[in-house]
Design a protein around this ligand. Structure first.
Ligand SMILES: [Zn+2]
Ligand SMILES: [Zn+2]
Length: 339
Protein backbone atom coordinates (compact mmCIF):
# COMPACT_ATOMS: atom_id res chain seq x y z
CA UNK A 1 0.00 0.00 0.00
CA UNK A 2 1.23 3.50 -0.90
CA UNK A 3 1.53 6.45 1.48
CA UNK A 4 3.34 9.76 2.11
CA UNK A 5 5.60 9.49 5.17
CA UNK A 6 7.02 12.49 7.05
CA UNK A 7 10.67 11.74 7.76
CA UNK A 8 11.76 15.09 9.24
CA UNK A 9 12.96 18.47 8.05
CA UNK A 10 12.39 18.86 4.28
CA UNK A 11 11.92 15.12 3.92
CA UNK A 12 8.77 13.32 2.81
CA UNK A 13 9.03 9.89 1.20
CA UNK A 14 6.39 8.09 -0.86
CA UNK A 15 6.50 4.51 0.39
CA UNK A 16 5.01 1.68 -1.67
CA UNK A 17 5.26 -1.06 0.96
CA UNK A 18 3.12 0.23 3.84
CA UNK A 19 1.08 -2.49 5.50
CA UNK A 20 -2.67 -2.27 4.93
CA UNK A 21 -4.08 -1.78 8.45
CA UNK A 22 -6.36 -4.28 10.14
CA UNK A 23 -9.15 -3.06 12.43
CA UNK A 24 -10.08 -3.54 16.07
CA UNK A 25 -13.65 -4.29 17.08
CA UNK A 26 -14.45 -0.59 17.72
CA UNK A 27 -12.84 0.65 14.51
CA UNK A 28 -13.65 1.02 10.82
CA UNK A 29 -11.39 0.71 7.81
CA UNK A 30 -11.57 3.66 5.43
CA UNK A 31 -10.54 3.77 1.79
CA UNK A 32 -9.07 7.27 1.58
CA UNK A 33 -10.47 9.57 -1.11
CA UNK A 34 -9.16 13.14 -0.64
CA UNK A 35 -6.65 14.67 1.77
CA UNK A 36 -5.99 18.39 2.15
CA UNK A 37 -2.55 19.75 2.99
CA UNK A 38 -2.52 22.02 6.05
CA UNK A 39 -0.27 24.95 6.97
CA UNK A 40 0.91 23.05 10.05
CA UNK A 41 1.95 20.13 7.83
CA UNK A 42 4.13 22.55 5.90
CA UNK A 43 5.42 24.10 9.16
CA UNK A 44 6.61 20.69 10.36
CA UNK A 45 8.17 20.01 6.96
CA UNK A 46 10.11 23.29 7.25
CA UNK A 47 11.32 22.87 10.83
CA UNK A 48 11.24 19.08 11.38
CA UNK A 49 8.53 19.17 14.08
CA UNK A 50 6.40 19.00 16.16
CA UNK A 51 5.06 16.12 14.03
CA UNK A 52 6.59 12.74 14.88
CA UNK A 53 9.07 11.52 12.25
CA UNK A 54 7.96 8.32 10.52
CA UNK A 55 4.22 9.06 10.57
CA UNK A 56 1.98 9.09 7.51
CA UNK A 57 0.79 12.69 6.95
CA UNK A 58 -2.83 13.82 6.55
CA UNK A 59 -5.32 15.03 9.17
CA UNK A 60 -7.84 16.75 6.84
CA UNK A 61 -9.51 14.05 4.80
CA UNK A 62 -12.50 12.09 3.55
CA UNK A 63 -13.11 8.53 2.45
CA UNK A 64 -15.45 5.57 2.25
CA UNK A 65 -15.92 2.84 4.84
CA UNK A 66 -14.84 -0.55 3.49
CA UNK A 67 -14.85 -2.64 6.68
CA UNK A 68 -16.62 -2.36 10.04
CA UNK A 69 -15.49 -3.75 13.41
CA UNK A 70 -17.69 -6.22 15.31
CA UNK A 71 -18.79 -3.74 17.98
CA UNK A 72 -19.56 -0.91 15.55
CA UNK A 73 -23.32 -0.58 15.22
CA UNK A 74 -24.05 2.75 13.55
CA UNK A 75 -21.72 2.66 10.53
CA UNK A 76 -21.93 0.54 7.39
CA UNK A 77 -19.67 -0.44 4.52
CA UNK A 78 -20.06 2.06 1.67
CA UNK A 79 -20.79 5.08 3.91
CA UNK A 80 -19.03 8.31 2.90
CA UNK A 81 -17.26 9.92 5.84
CA UNK A 82 -14.85 12.44 7.24
CA UNK A 83 -12.97 12.00 10.52
CA UNK A 84 -12.22 14.18 13.53
CA UNK A 85 -8.47 13.47 13.69
CA UNK A 86 -7.94 14.38 17.36
CA UNK A 87 -7.19 11.37 19.55
CA UNK A 88 -8.62 12.07 23.01
CA UNK A 89 -8.23 9.76 26.02
CA UNK A 90 -12.01 10.02 26.74
CA UNK A 91 -11.26 9.71 30.46
CA UNK A 92 -9.62 12.91 31.69
CA UNK A 93 -11.35 15.96 33.17
CA UNK A 94 -11.35 17.80 29.82
CA UNK A 95 -12.63 14.88 27.76
CA UNK A 96 -15.46 14.38 30.24
CA UNK A 97 -16.34 18.08 29.81
CA UNK A 98 -16.55 17.99 26.01
CA UNK A 99 -13.16 19.69 25.67
CA UNK A 100 -11.22 16.97 23.90
CA UNK A 101 -8.95 19.62 22.36
CA UNK A 102 -7.55 20.19 25.86
CA UNK A 103 -7.17 16.48 26.68
CA UNK A 104 -4.27 15.61 28.97
CA UNK A 105 -2.66 13.85 26.01
CA UNK A 106 -3.21 17.02 23.98
CA UNK A 107 -1.89 17.23 20.45
CA UNK A 108 -2.26 13.53 19.74
CA UNK A 109 -3.86 13.30 16.36
CA UNK A 110 -3.95 11.34 13.13
CA UNK A 111 -1.41 12.74 10.72
CA UNK A 112 0.67 14.55 13.36
CA UNK A 113 1.65 12.00 16.02
CA UNK A 114 -0.12 8.90 14.63
CA UNK A 115 -0.35 7.65 11.07
CA UNK A 116 -2.72 9.87 9.09
CA UNK A 117 -4.63 9.65 5.83
CA UNK A 118 -2.13 10.15 3.00
CA UNK A 119 -2.25 6.42 2.30
CA UNK A 120 -4.69 4.15 0.53
CA UNK A 121 -6.43 2.82 3.67
CA UNK A 122 -6.57 3.85 7.32
CA UNK A 123 -8.19 2.45 10.45
CA UNK A 124 -9.95 4.80 12.87
CA UNK A 125 -12.12 4.53 15.99
CA UNK A 126 -15.78 4.56 14.91
CA UNK A 127 -16.56 7.34 17.39
CA UNK A 128 -14.22 9.68 15.47
CA UNK A 129 -16.15 9.19 12.22
CA UNK A 130 -18.67 11.73 10.87
CA UNK A 131 -21.07 10.65 8.12
CA UNK A 132 -21.30 12.96 5.09
CA UNK A 133 -24.59 14.23 3.68
CA UNK A 134 -25.04 13.26 0.00
CA UNK A 135 -24.44 16.72 -1.40
CA UNK A 136 -21.04 17.26 0.19
CA UNK A 137 -18.31 15.96 -2.14
CA UNK A 138 -15.25 14.06 -0.89
CA UNK A 139 -13.15 17.06 -1.87
CA UNK A 140 -15.30 19.49 0.14
CA UNK A 141 -15.40 17.08 3.08
CA UNK A 142 -11.61 17.10 3.31
CA UNK A 143 -11.94 20.70 4.52
CA UNK A 144 -14.37 20.09 7.39
CA UNK A 145 -11.37 20.00 9.77
CA UNK A 146 -10.02 23.52 9.04
CA UNK A 147 -13.60 24.87 8.98
CA UNK A 148 -13.94 23.41 12.50
CA UNK A 149 -10.83 25.30 13.61
CA UNK A 150 -12.36 28.60 12.44
CA UNK A 151 -15.79 27.78 13.83
CA UNK A 152 -14.41 26.91 17.27
CA UNK A 153 -12.38 30.15 17.32
CA UNK A 154 -15.39 32.35 16.56
CA UNK A 155 -17.67 30.44 18.94
CA UNK A 156 -15.19 30.64 21.83
CA UNK A 157 -14.63 34.37 21.20
CA UNK A 158 -18.31 34.92 22.09
CA UNK A 159 -18.89 36.91 18.93
CA UNK A 160 -22.39 38.38 18.77
CA UNK A 161 -24.72 39.36 15.93
CA UNK A 162 -24.10 42.94 14.80
CA UNK A 163 -20.55 43.19 16.13
CA UNK A 164 -17.54 44.27 14.07
CA UNK A 165 -14.40 42.23 13.52
CA UNK A 166 -10.92 42.48 12.05
CA UNK A 167 -9.25 39.34 10.71
CA UNK A 168 -5.46 39.35 10.42
CA UNK A 169 -4.21 37.01 7.69
CA UNK A 170 -6.31 35.70 4.80
CA UNK A 171 -4.82 32.25 4.41
CA UNK A 172 -7.21 29.27 4.55
CA UNK A 173 -8.03 29.65 8.26
CA UNK A 174 -8.51 33.43 7.97
CA UNK A 175 -10.79 32.90 4.95
CA UNK A 176 -12.88 30.41 6.94
CA UNK A 177 -13.01 32.79 9.93
CA UNK A 178 -14.37 35.51 7.59
CA UNK A 179 -17.09 33.15 6.34
CA UNK A 180 -18.03 32.01 9.84
CA UNK A 181 -18.24 35.65 11.00
CA UNK A 182 -20.47 36.47 8.05
CA UNK A 183 -22.71 33.49 8.82
CA UNK A 184 -22.75 34.63 12.48
CA UNK A 185 -24.16 38.05 11.54
CA UNK A 186 -21.13 40.36 11.60
CA UNK A 187 -21.93 44.03 10.92
CA UNK A 188 -18.51 44.70 9.37
CA UNK A 189 -15.49 42.50 8.66
CA UNK A 190 -12.13 44.17 8.01
CA UNK A 191 -9.20 42.10 6.79
CA UNK A 192 -5.48 42.82 7.05
CA UNK A 193 -3.50 40.92 4.45
CA UNK A 194 -0.48 41.92 2.31
CA UNK A 195 -0.89 39.44 -0.57
CA UNK A 196 -3.16 40.58 -3.38
CA UNK A 197 -4.74 37.26 -4.42
CA UNK A 198 -5.61 36.55 -0.78
CA UNK A 199 -7.11 40.05 -0.43
CA UNK A 200 -9.35 39.25 -3.42
CA UNK A 201 -10.48 35.95 -1.87
CA UNK A 202 -11.24 37.75 1.41
CA UNK A 203 -13.56 40.17 -0.43
CA UNK A 204 -15.15 37.27 -2.33
CA UNK A 205 -15.92 35.53 0.98
CA UNK A 206 -17.58 38.52 2.61
CA UNK A 207 -14.93 40.92 3.93
CA UNK A 208 -16.20 44.50 3.70
CA UNK A 209 -12.77 45.98 3.12
CA UNK A 210 -9.18 44.74 2.96
CA UNK A 211 -6.12 46.61 4.18
CA UNK A 212 -2.38 46.20 4.32
CA UNK A 213 -1.17 44.81 7.68
CA UNK A 214 -0.18 48.12 9.29
CA UNK A 215 -3.36 49.99 8.35
CA UNK A 216 -4.90 49.96 11.82
CA UNK A 217 -5.46 53.74 11.79
CA UNK A 218 -7.62 53.42 8.67
CA UNK A 219 -9.69 50.70 10.32
CA UNK A 220 -10.03 52.85 13.40
CA UNK A 221 -11.50 55.64 11.24
CA UNK A 222 -13.97 53.15 9.71
CA UNK A 223 -15.27 52.42 13.19
CA UNK A 224 -15.70 56.03 14.43
CA UNK A 225 -12.21 55.89 16.01
CA UNK A 226 -13.34 53.14 18.36
CA UNK A 227 -11.96 49.97 16.78
CA UNK A 228 -13.56 46.58 16.08
CA UNK A 229 -15.19 44.53 18.86
CA UNK A 230 -13.08 41.50 17.93
CA UNK A 231 -9.71 40.86 16.34
CA UNK A 232 -8.83 37.36 15.08
CA UNK A 233 -5.09 36.85 14.64
CA UNK A 234 -4.74 34.01 12.14
CA UNK A 235 -0.98 34.52 11.82
CA UNK A 236 0.63 34.61 15.28
CA UNK A 237 3.68 36.87 15.02
CA UNK A 238 4.91 39.76 17.20
CA UNK A 239 3.86 42.18 14.46
CA UNK A 240 0.33 40.78 14.17
CA UNK A 241 -0.17 40.75 17.95
CA UNK A 242 1.04 44.36 18.13
CA UNK A 243 -1.41 45.19 15.35
CA UNK A 244 -4.20 43.45 17.26
CA UNK A 245 -3.54 45.61 20.31
CA UNK A 246 -3.48 48.74 18.16
CA UNK A 247 -6.70 47.79 16.41
CA UNK A 248 -8.94 46.48 19.12
CA UNK A 249 -11.68 48.52 20.76
CA UNK A 250 -11.22 49.21 24.48
CA UNK A 251 -12.78 46.28 26.29
CA UNK A 252 -12.59 44.25 23.07
CA UNK A 253 -11.49 40.66 22.51
CA UNK A 254 -8.43 39.37 20.70
CA UNK A 255 -8.52 35.72 19.64
CA UNK A 256 -5.22 34.04 18.82
CA UNK A 257 -5.50 31.27 16.26
CA UNK A 258 -2.27 31.37 14.22
CA UNK A 259 0.80 29.80 15.79
CA UNK A 260 3.82 31.11 13.91
CA UNK A 261 6.02 32.33 16.74
CA UNK A 262 6.61 30.72 20.12
CA UNK A 263 7.73 33.96 21.77
CA UNK A 264 6.48 37.46 21.07
CA UNK A 265 8.16 40.83 21.36
CA UNK A 266 5.38 43.30 22.19
CA UNK A 267 6.05 46.98 22.77
CA UNK A 268 2.51 48.10 23.63
CA UNK A 269 1.73 45.31 26.08
CA UNK A 270 0.48 47.75 28.77
CA UNK A 271 -2.41 48.71 26.51
CA UNK A 272 -3.83 45.27 27.28
CA UNK A 273 -4.26 46.39 30.88
CA UNK A 274 -5.14 50.03 30.39
CA UNK A 275 -7.63 49.23 27.62
CA UNK A 276 -9.17 46.22 29.38
CA UNK A 277 -8.42 43.82 26.55
CA UNK A 278 -9.29 40.14 26.66
CA UNK A 279 -6.81 37.88 24.88
CA UNK A 280 -7.90 34.33 24.22
CA UNK A 281 -5.99 31.50 22.58
CA UNK A 282 -7.89 28.77 20.78
CA UNK A 283 -6.79 25.37 19.53
CA UNK A 284 -8.64 22.49 17.91
CA UNK A 285 -12.38 21.78 18.31
CA UNK A 286 -14.73 19.18 19.71
CA UNK A 287 -17.17 16.69 18.19
CA UNK A 288 -20.07 19.14 18.35
CA UNK A 289 -18.11 21.76 16.37
CA UNK A 290 -17.26 19.12 13.75
CA UNK A 291 -20.99 18.43 13.30
CA UNK A 292 -21.79 22.14 12.97
CA UNK A 293 -19.02 22.52 10.36
CA UNK A 294 -20.57 19.73 8.26
CA UNK A 295 -23.98 21.34 8.63
CA UNK A 296 -22.78 24.82 7.56
CA UNK A 297 -21.00 23.27 4.59
CA UNK A 298 -24.15 21.39 3.61
CA UNK A 299 -26.23 24.57 3.81
CA UNK A 300 -23.76 26.44 1.60
CA UNK A 301 -23.00 28.96 4.34
CA UNK A 302 -19.31 28.08 4.13
CA UNK A 303 -17.81 27.79 0.66
CA UNK A 304 -14.72 25.69 0.11
CA UNK A 305 -14.40 25.29 -3.66
CA UNK A 306 -12.80 28.74 -4.26
CA UNK A 307 -10.09 27.86 -1.73
CA UNK A 308 -8.94 24.75 -3.58
CA UNK A 309 -6.17 25.92 -5.89
CA UNK A 310 -4.62 22.59 -6.84
CA UNK A 311 -5.34 18.85 -7.03
CA UNK A 312 -2.42 16.44 -7.08
CA UNK A 313 -1.62 12.72 -6.97
CA UNK A 314 0.11 11.11 -3.99
CA UNK A 315 3.41 10.89 -5.89
CA UNK A 316 3.49 14.68 -6.20
CA UNK A 317 3.35 15.27 -2.42
CA UNK A 318 7.13 15.73 -1.83
CA UNK A 319 7.40 18.30 -4.64
CA UNK A 320 4.35 20.27 -3.54
CA UNK A 321 5.65 20.51 0.04
CA UNK A 322 8.90 21.95 -1.30
CA UNK A 323 6.87 24.51 -3.26
CA UNK A 324 4.60 25.33 -0.28
CA UNK A 325 7.62 25.86 1.97
CA UNK A 326 8.70 28.81 -0.19
CA UNK A 327 6.98 32.07 0.81
CA UNK A 328 6.17 33.21 -2.74
CA UNK A 329 3.83 30.28 -3.58
CA UNK A 330 0.31 31.09 -4.72
CA UNK A 331 -1.64 28.11 -3.35
CA UNK A 332 -4.38 28.13 -0.73
CA UNK A 333 -5.61 24.57 -0.31
CA UNK A 334 -3.96 21.67 -2.15
CA UNK A 335 -5.92 18.41 -2.33
CA UNK A 336 -4.17 15.06 -2.61
CA UNK A 337 -6.32 12.60 -4.54
CA UNK A 338 -6.07 8.97 -3.53
CA UNK A 339 -9.03 7.64 -5.48
ZN1 LIG B 1 -4.99 21.36 9.70
ZN1 LIG C 1 -8.61 13.30 27.77
Amino acid sequence: MKGAVFEGKHKIIIKEDLIKPSIEEDEVLIKTKKVAICGTDVGSYETGGPYFPGIVLGHEFSGEIVEVGEKVKKLKVGTRVTVNPQIPCNECYYCLHDQENMCKIKNYALGTTENGAMREYLNVKAERVHVLPDDISFEQAALVEPISVALYAVKESEFQIGQTAAVIGAGPIGLFVIQVLKAAGAAKIFVLEPVEFKQKKALEFGANKVFLPNAWKKISRKTNNIGPDHVYDCVGLSSTFTNSLNLIKKGGKITLIGMHANSLDISNILSMTTNNITVRGVYGYNQEIFKIAINLLEQGKILVDPLITKNIKLEEVPDIFEKLSKPEHDELKVIVELD
